[in-house]
Design a protein around this ligand. Structure first.
Ligand code: AMP
Length: 365
C-alpha cells in the first residue's frame, strides 16, 4: 500500500459508534470510501457508510474478508480486542498501531507508559487484592483520598470507586472487583483539580504534529456533559497542556488522532488522566468551529495526507445530548444558534450519548 491513499481507497474502521460515523462523514468529501466492522447491526457508523461487516471481533473469516476489502485499518473505540487489531495489522496497514491500542485499553499499562516517558501523572499503584488495596491506601503509598479503577474495560467513569479519607478498603474492593475472577485494579491518588481539560492532538506517519486549543470538560455522573472551547487557562498553562499532549503522541508513535484528558491543578500544573487513541468527544466542537474538524485530521493522518489547519474561526460550547435529552431534537433543530448532530441511535438509555449540540461564539484571543 502506498500512502497517501488515492481517492477511491477504502478506510476500514473497527467499531461502529458515533466516532466512526463522524469519521466516515469526514472521509467521503476527501474521496475515500469507508468499510465499518462492528458486532452490532445498525450501529451509528453503518448508517452512513457504503460498506459494513456485522460480525464478532474474533470471527476469523469475517476479519480476513474485511482485511482484503480495505486499504488501511483504524479503530474508533479502544475496547476493540488488541488481538483483532494485531491480526488485521499483519495484512493491512493499521493506524494507530496495535501497540497504541494495547496501551490505551489497560489503565495500568497506560500509567506505566506515561510514567516511563516522564509525562506528569498522579500517584498510582496496581492492586490485585483487598490486602493490596489496604497497603496502597497507606499514607506511605498512594494514600487517601483515592480513586480505585478497574484496569480494563472502564470508560465514562464505569468501574470506578471513590475512596474518601475515611473510606473502607473492604467495601471499595468488593464494589470494584464485583464478580470478576481475577480482578486487577489501579489505585490513583485523588487529584483536587481546578478543572478538567483535554487536548485533541493529531500526528502523521512522518511525525508531523499539531493540536487544537485545550478545552474545558464538565462531567455529569462521570459522563462528559459540556465542552467549552477554549478552556480558560493562562497562556503558559495552555501551552503546557499542548506540550504534554504532543509529548505523549510522539512517545507512543501515534499515527492518527488522540484525546489527551488532563487535570489542571489549582497552581496550574497539568497531569494526564487518560488517553483515547481516536477522535474524542471533547473535540466534537471542531466540526462546527474549525475549517478542519478532528475527524478530518483523523482521516488525513490515517490516509497519509498532510494534516490540515487546527485554527478555529469561532469559540464554542458543545453539549452532549444524553439519554432523554435527545427527545428535544426539534427544539434544537428550530434554534438557529444550535448546530444539532444526532447519532442515529434508537434506544435512549439514561446517560447514553445520543447526539450533541454546538453553539458558536465570536472568537476571543
Ligand atoms: P476516567 O474514566 O479515568 O476518565 O475518570 C472519569 C472521571 O472521574 C474523571 O473525568 C474525573 O472527573 C474523575 N476522576 C478520575 N480519576 C480521578 C483522580 N485521580 N482524581 C480526581 N478525579 C478523578
Amino acid at each position: 500500500m502506498t500512502f497517501p491513499l488515492a481517492p477511491g481507497s477504502v478506510i476500514g474502521i473497527l467499531g461502529g459508534g458515533q466516532l466512526g460515523r463522524m469519521a466516515a462523514l469526514a472521509a467521503y468529501p476527501l474521496g475515500y470510501r469507508v468499510h465499518v466492522y462492528t458486532p452490532k447491526a445498525d450501529d451509528p457508523a453503518t448508517q452512513v457508510t457504503d460498506r459494513a461487516t456485522v460480525a464478532a471481533y474474533d470471527d476469523g473469516d469475517a476479519l480476513a474478508a474485511f482485511a482484503r476489502s480495505v486499504d488501511v485499518v483504524t479503530y474508533e473505540f479502544e475496547n476493540v480486542p488488541a488481538r483483532t487489531a494485531e491480526i488485521l495489522g499483519e495484512s493491512v496497514p493499521l493506524r494507530p498501531s496495535h501497540h497504541v491500542l494495547a496501551i490505551c485499553q489497560d489503565r495500568l499499562k497506560e500509567k506505566d507508559f506515561l510514567r516511563d516517558h516522564g509525562i506528569p501523572i498522579t500517584e498510582y499503584a496496581e492492586v490485585t487484592s483487598e490486602t493490596g488495596l489496604a497497603n496502597a491506601l497507606h499514607p506511605k503509598s498512594v494514600g487517601k483520598p483515592a480513586v480505585l479503577k478497574t484496569v480494563r474495560g472502564g470508560y465514562d467513569g464505569k468501574g470506578q470507586v471513590m475512596i474518601g479519607s475515611d473510606g473502607d478498603p473492604k467495601a471499595a474492593w468488593a464494589e470494584m472487583a464485583g464478580g470478576a475472577d481475577q480482578p486487577v485494579g489501579i489505585l490513583e491518588a485523588f487529584v483536587d483539580y481546578a478543572l478538567e481539560a483535554s487536548v485533541v492532538v493529531a500526528r502523521g506517519a512522518a511525525g508531523e504534529i499539531d493540536s487544537y486549543v485545550p478545552v474545558e470538560n464538565r462531567h455529569a455522573d462521570h459522563v462528559l456533559a459540556r465542552t467549552i472551547a477554549p478552556a480558560e487557562l493562562s497562556r503558559t498553562t495552555a501551552q503546557r497542556a499542548r506540550e504534554v499532549a504532543h509529548a505523549v503522541a510522539h512517545a507512543i508513535d501515534l499515527v492518527g488522532v488522540m484525546g489527551v484528558e488532563l487535570f489542571v491543578t489549582h497552581d496550574g500544573e497539568v497531569l494526564v488522566n487518560e488517553l483515547a487513541p481516536r477522535p474524542h468527544n471533547s473535540g466534537h466542537w471542531t466540526i462546527d468551529a474549525c475549517p478542519a474538524s478532528q475527524f478530518e485530521q483523523f482521516v488525513r493522518a490515517v490516509a497519509g495526507l498532510p494534516l490540515a489547519t487546527f485554527e478555529r474561526h469561532s469559540d464554542a460550547v458543545m453539549d452532549n445530548l444524553l439519554g432523554d435529552d435527545a427527545a428535544r431534537w426539534l427544539d434544537f433543530a428550530r434554534d438557529p444558534d444550535a448546530r444539532l448532530h444526532l447519532y442515529g441511535k434508537a434506544d435512549a438509555r439514561p446517560g447514553r450519548k445520543m447526539g450533541h449540540v454546538t453553539r458558536l461564539k465570536p472568537r476571543r484571543g
